[in-house]
Design a protein. Structure first.
Length: 491
């Protein structure tokens, strides 16, 4: 998707030391790798595996989206119940997560070769005046390349990796966001209670209205007053960059991300009153069901003694996380940050979400020093992360002991095939199909963080954060070249 572009804000260059190449002796512990294809067959197999899995549509392969829709139509029957052996991986995982053979697992990485591959590319003029980088072996955590890896940088949308990992960690991949309709004890007031699901649709509201209408008929109540409750979120509703076509006002109740057209991704005109619009749409749906609604909907909290008469549950968090990463969806990212805040006992605001994400990442024992999560989407230029944090998070998502984090990998756009990388990389380029990465773009800021399979089939996690660039059209190919160079190492 087209990401937020702001006025230039170029910071003075900091003094940089030379790139550091770090190695660590392997301790003989079991390792695992994540690959997109056989190291022997290389790119042809990797690209073929991607194509065989089917075309991509709306952030997930069509089969994945169908699965999410089917799960949603069950009314959340499986909500909160993981599979007996842990959460099931996302549907795309089998093509992404097969284990390597013993020979490939034991083949040592060559940090010097990696350094030589990156050396002619790391200072490309298109990358601006500051670049920080980190490359690690995702299976072992071995640090292979560092260039200012501990330097906090503006991440742009690569911060969504942190947002999704934190949400998956605290809530689990099966979590669903719930929207309800609650009827007061005297059956005179029906309240639409927002749970924070930005993907709630007009069709979902119509389904809820039908169920609520049945309950009202059973109570013999007509007309009914309609209220809407958005108290689940607190703090400022407007993002610091708002009003903006890249994000709607952040409220606990909205329909289709507050979009005023029929798009489901990318920039679009947004309503300035998403909660009110949702309530009015619900009122119209109730009236079509034969319910007389008295007056205009008003904002009010649902009575604590109100009974729920209709419920809608979102797609599972695993699907929402994948959509966030593939499409760089800012609205879902902000929702996931607030869901994390609620689960962590923080206020569901920009500030509370930042604290919650930080604290959850600390539990994952990743390097959060210098990080500042100003928002969940990366649109706020005040945000800071280090390349070392991003690569550590990617490694955590690849950890076989943490299957619930896997959507943070399977949701990453695939070079040349999907999401925000669908229009980057030539189909015959060395990195096509082997690179899965989150993009980030603000004016003067460009970033790329993800995973790449090297020539020995190892999964490398990388993060390249650049600032001071004058043109995204120059910065993006320079970042893509760095990731592609990693694909050619390890031979």
């Amino acid at each position: 998707m087209a990401e937020q572009v702001e006025e230039p804000s170029v910071r003075p260059s900091d003094p940089w030391g030379g790139p550091k190449i770090l190695t660590r002796k392997r301790n003989g512990s079991s390792t695992w790798q994540v690959i997109a294809g056989s190291a022997t067959l290389g790119l042809a197999v990797a690209a073929g595996a991607v194509l065989a899995a089917g075309p991509w549509d709306n952030g997930q392969r069509k089969a994945e989206r169908a699965l999410a829709v089917t799960a949603d139509r069950t009314g959340g029957a499986h909500h909160g119940r993981p599979a007996p052996d842990g959460p099931r991986p996302a549907p795309s995982a089998p093509a992404v997560l097969p284990a390597l053979g013993t020979a490939a697992r034991e083949a040592p990485q060559d940090p010097a070769g990696l350094r030589d591959a990156l050396a002619p590319l790391i200072g490309a003029p298109g990358l601006g005046n500051r670049l920080a980088a980190s490359v690690i072996d995702a299976a072992t955590g071995e640090r292979l390349y560092e260039h200012g890896a501990a330097t906090p940088m503006t991440p742009a949308s690569t911060v969504k990796i942190a947002t999704t990992v934190a949400a998956l960690s605290v809530l689990g991949p099966d979590h669903r966001i719930t929207t309800t309709a609650a009827l007061s004890p005297d059956s005179r007031t029906l309240t639409l209670v927002g749970g924070g699901d930005p993907t709630l649709s007009a069709a979902d509201l119509r389904s809820m209205a039908a169920r609520a209408a049945r309950a009202l008929r059973e109570d013999g109540r007509d007309p009914v007053r309609l209220a809407y409750d958005i108290s689940r979120y607190t703090g400022p509703v407007l993002h610091p960059i708002s009003p903006n076509e890249n994000i709607a006002p952040v409220t606990a109740l909205m329909v289709d991300e507050g979009r005023l057209d029929d798009t489901d991704r990318g920039p679009a005109d947004r309503t300035d009153d998403p909660a009110g619009d949702a309530a009015r749409a619900f009122a119209r749906a109730l009236e079509k069901e034969g319910v007389q609604v008295a007056g205009a909907p008003r904002e009010a909290r649902a009575a604590t003694s109100a009974r729920t008469v209709a419920t809608h549950r979102s797609a599972p968090l695993s699907a929402l996380a994948e959509r966030t990463l593939t499409n760089s969806d800012n609205d879902i990212a902000e929702a996931l940050a607030r869901q994390t805040a609620i689960a962590k006992g923080e206020k569901a605001s920009f500030a509370g979400a930042g604290r919650a994400v930080t604290n959850e990442l600390k539990k994952l024992q990743v390097p959060v020093a210098g990080a500042r999560f100003a928002d969940g989407s990366g649109l706020d230029r005040a945000g800071r992360v280090t390349p070392a944090l991003l690569t550590a998070l990617l490694a955590r998502a690849a950890d076989p002991e943490r299957p619930g984090l896997r959507p943070a990998l399977t949701g990453l756009p695939i070079a040349g095939f999907s999401g925000t990388l669908g229009g980057r990389y030539e189909r015959d380029a060395a990195g096509t199909g082997l690179i899965r990465a989150k993009t980030g773009t603000l004016r003067g800021v460009n970033s790329l963080a993800g995973t790449v399979v090297d020539r020995k089939g190892r999964l490398l996690a990388f993060a390249f954060l650049a600032s001071g660039s004058t043109s995204a059209t120059e910065a993006e190919p320079a970042l893509d070249a760095l990731a592609t160079a990693l694909a050619g190492t390890g031979g």
